[in-house]
Ligand binder design. Structure first.
Ligand code: MRU
Length: 346
């Protein structure tokens, strides 16, 4: 493990939150440091921090910042400030359920405190616990999926579901890491993941740094690679898995799942408990629509004519019939998902 990227994407550091600035990667590796919850909210919206588990922990830390830097002297005043910070954080990105999980977990702590001092201490402790748990949970998840990868396999992924999408170990790439730790030779096929290029910029960065064999491909090459038999399995992350087994993940995941079915390649979403939304079915999820500039430009350079209408859905939805098994820290979840998700993930 020591050979792998062990830096923390998001960390609590002495009354501040420190993050790796993912908008600068891979050209620059730099940290940013925040002391206010509105700064954390802006970091989530602009994708300084991104990836469902990482934004869940970041949102939790945003609330810890709101608490520790508050000048409120009475508990009801502190709680009012916390509510308004929570509302701002909840409004940053709609699809990843981990964001709401992180905010709700912190607000539950705040609401059970009996004094301002107690609330401040409890919220910092909770944020730090969320940070450490994320790494531990993803290591367990990685171990639970590693046997699905065989020596010599090529794994197709999508977006970045690695250390950078979590606090430290990764979900889909955590499974790859665990298989490599078992001594297997594993190669990862990395689609660039337009429009924000998390595959080209972040997944390729992590894998090159970790010395895990990888090949970067354009998103449009996925079907061709499958038809040539160059993909042994697909492992992707998830932003939300609903109780009826629908997997919401980065745009492009659904077409990978359809192609995987066509070519009899197993398709595995990998996600921790905090990504499962047992309260909702797929019809109740909002898919984030992001700005046109991500599509008409590549890294700030315009590639499409002015005035062209643009659609930019950031996520898509894969139905359960295209899923082989889901990899979680509690083990594999298999069909029928509508029965097994509530049973195993409650
Ligand atoms: O828009 P992003 O970069 O936040 O999207 C990230 C993904 O789609 C990941 O696959 C998902 O959050 C799982 S990360 C472990």
């Amino acid at each position: 493990m020591d050979n792998f990227f062990t830096l923390r994407t998001v960390t609590w550091d002495n009354g501040t939150v420190r993050m790796i600035d993912q908008t600068a990667l891979p050209n620059k590796f730099r940290y940013v440091r925040y002391t206010r919850s509105d700064q954390v909210a802006a970091a989530i919206t602009t994708m300084v921090v991104r990836g469902a588990p990482a934004i869940g922990v970041a949102a939790g830390m945003g609330l810890a910042l709101a608490a520790v830097h508050s000048k409120a002297r009475a508990l009801p005043d502190l709680l009012r400030e916390m509510e308004s910070a929570a509302a701002l954080l909840r409004g940053t990105r709609p699809t990843a359920v981990n964001l709401f999980w992180g905010v709700d977990r912190m607000m539950k702590k705040a609401n059970s405190a009996t004094s301002v001092q107690e609330a401040k201490e409890a919220l910092v402790a909770e944020a730090r616990a969320m940070e450490d748990e994320d790494v531990e949970v993803n290591r367990r998840l990685g171990r639970s999926g590693a046997d699905l990868i065989h020596d010599g396999d090529t794994v197709l992924t999508q977006c970045n579901a690695g250390a950078l999408a979590t606090v430290g170990y990764g979900t889909a790439l955590g499974v790859v890491r665990a298989a490599v730790e078992q001594g297997k030779l594993v190669k990862v096929l990395v689609p660039e993941t337009r429009p924000a290029l998390q595959g080209a910029r972040l997944t390729a960065f992590e894998l090159v740094r970790d010395k895990i064999a990888c090949t970067l491909i354009s998103d449009t090459a996925v079907g061709h690679m499958m038809s040539l038999g160059r993909v042994d399995c697909v492992i992707v992350g998830a932003d939300r898995i609903t109780r009826d087994g629908f997997v919401f993940n980065k745009i492009g995941t659904y077409q990978e799942a359809v192609l995987a079915k066509r070519h009899q390649v197993p398709f595995y979403p990998a996600a921790p408990r905090s990504t499962f939304d047992l309260a909702r079915s797929h019809q109740q999820v909002t898919i984030e629509e992001r700005g046109a500039s991500e599509v008409v430009q590549i890294r700030g350079r315009r590639i499409a004519p002015r005035g062209v209408p643009v659609a930019n859905p950031a996520f898509d939805m894969t139905p359960p019939e295209l899923v082989t098994s889901m990899i979680t820290e509690r083990g594999l979840v298999n069909a029928p998902f509508e029965e097994n998700i509530p049973r195993l993930m409650s």
